[in-house]
Design a protein around this ligand. Structure first.
Ligand code: FPP
Length: 236
């Protein structure tokens, strides 16, 4: 039996603090991100082993294009490297990969690698691993509204049929449960446009540890804390 009283079905993580970690260790920022990928590997593995249903990770926001081109390039290279080196193991572990965000706005190599990873694992029934790349929460909601409007204009649905559930079905996370636990590392307490619709009733945790130092002990601590929170969803 699991050591956890109650596990979240859907965990979301804003992996913040790679830059500060690099600075603290007098390293280039790209090395902070590289170290961040190591942390991410073990959190994915553990989530799968614990039987968590969905894990959503914020890897690259639509705002991240504003960073130094060298840093953007390093992040894009890391993504390719990540999928090349991890896809066999993830597939073996029955992990189903989905990209949240606009893949068409990515360089061709990255776009293709992400599509390949999604296609290869789409029938897997284990951990649903969502990686947000070129993602923005408001843009996701606008996109969903537009998709519903197109359906209404085409007569497929009536405007009065539009409700919270039909809206949720047009999001990238369509068939996934709402986020139960949102973790942002490095002590920053912001959502930064991540999963705005899906976090309506999420529990938030803001560990001060920088993302590259977020180890299994820190993850377990967050999961234990989640188990002890009382969730009322607006009730008493
Ligand atoms: C925030 O730290 C982190 C990011 C913007 C990128 C997160 C990406 C990864 C961990 C790796 C890439 C992902 C995959 C799927 C391989 P920051 O740089 O904003 O940190 P700072 O606030 O300390 O500067």
């Amino acid at each position: 039996m699991s050591e956890f009283a109650k596990l979240p079905r859907h965990v979301a993580i804003i992996m913040d603090g790679n830059g500060r970690w690099a600075k603290k260790h007098k390293l280039k920022v790209a090395l902070g991100h590289r170290k961040g990928v190591e942390a991410l590997r073990s959190i994915i593995r553990e989530s799968s082993d614990l039987g968590i249903e969905a894990l959503s990770l914020y890897a690259f926001s639509t705002e991240n294009w504003k960073r130094d081109p060298q840093e953007v390039e390093a992040l894009m290279a890391l993504m390719l490297e990540f999928f090349a080196s991890e896809i066999d193991e993830l597939d073996e572990k029955n992990v189903c990969i989905r990209i949240l965000g606009d893949k068409d706005g990515l360089p061709e190599k990255q776009r293709q690698a992400l599509i390949d990873a999604e296609n290869r694992t789409e029938k897997n029934t284990g951990l649903k691993l969502n990686i947000a790349i070129n993602y923005g929460g408001r843009a996701e909601i606008v996109r969903a509204a537009r998709l519903l409007a197109e359906k209404a204009a085409a007569g497929v649905i009536r405007p009065e049929d539009i409700d919270e559930a039909s809206m949720a079905r047009e999001l990238y996370t369509k068939d996934l449960p709402d986020v139960d636990l949102m973790i942002r590392t490095s002590g920053e307490m912001r959502l930064s446009n991540f999963l705005l619709y899906q976090c309506a009733y999420a529990e938030f945790m803001f560990p001060t540890v920088l993302w590259p130092d977020f180890d299994l002990a820190a993850y377990h601590e967050a999961l234990h804390a989640f188990g002890s929170r009382e969730r009322r969803f607006g009730g008493r």
